[in-house]
Design a protein around this ligand. Structure first.
Ligand code: SF4
Length: 242
């Protein structure tokens, strides 16, 4: 059974909800320092999803819902070699698409959405991926999170797609405590200094994926340990490199 992060039926919801109750929101000076360190460590962070053009980016992001980037990349390598445009995807057909993506969770629904979405791109957008949130979210299988990723990566807009990693990091650190992904997104947009907004999405995802992990955050090697509101509960064994 699938639950959204903010779903009250989600067994983890009491925990997720509680995350925002014990942290103090970070102050502006600390937020600036946090992103200065992220930028120093990785000046231009990039998505780990593999894609060859805006259309394949959209397909890869759609497939990545409730799946790992690694698993998606494994499946899409051969798919995108065969079909990297809406027309080629339609030529491949639903059975052909499903054959390539069958290792990915919810592949039947995702495959059907890829075919419907490709039809719409050809019929309404001359085969191109639209630039607006409204048009993106009108596509089958494309919600706010997917639209935010495409707007950020393909069109350079300072959007932030709040996935499970960003939700956790924003709440634990005190950067943007909130009870729902949308509340966290709005607060991040408000609190992240403009010069850092373009890359904030990727810095936060990568930090959550590799350092501030869900079960066992690696606080002892975390480069923002001294800035984090959660850190008083955790050890730290290395000096922060600034
Ligand atoms: S100190 Fe720990 S909880 Fe805080 S951001 Fe780092 S890894 Fe996450």
């Amino acid at each position: 059974m699938n639950f959204s992060i903010a779903d009250g039926k989600n067994p983890c919801y009491p925990f997720l909800k509680s995350l925002s109750l014990y942290v103090h929101p970070m102050n502006t000076k600390t937020i600036n320092e946090l992103f200065r360190r992220f930028q120093m460590a990785m000046p231009v962070p990039e998505t780990e999803l593999k894609y060859t053009n805006t259309y394949t980016l959209l397909i890869a992001v759609l497939l990545s819902a409730q799946a790992t980037d690694k698993g998606v990349n494994k499946a899409t390598k051969a798919l995108f070699e065969c079909a990297d445009t809406p027309q080629k995807m339609l030529t491949l057909g639903i059975d052909g698409v499903l054959d390539y993506i069958k290792t990915i969770g919810l592949y039947k629904t995702k495959g059907a959405n890829i075919i419907k979405l490709s039809h719409i791109l050809i019929d309404k957008h001359n085969g191109a991926v639209p630039h607006t949130r409204e048009d993106l979210e009108a596509l089958p299988g494309v919600g706010r999170k997917t639209a935010n990723v495409v707007l950020n990566i393909a069109f350079g807009e300072p959007t932030i797609a709040v996935d499970t990693h960003i939700f956790r990091v924003a709440n634990r650190t005190g950067l943007a405590p909130g009870k729902t992904p949308r509340a966290v997104e709005d607060l991040l947009q408000e609190r992240i200094p403009t010069p850092y907004l373009d890359h904030a999405h990727h810095w936060l995802i990568l930090h959550g994926r590799y350092i501030c992990k869900a079960q066992k955050p690696l606080c002892e090697i975390c480069p923002i340990h001294d800035l984090c509101e959660f850190s008083s509960q955790t050890p730290h064994t290395i000096a922060v490199q600034c």
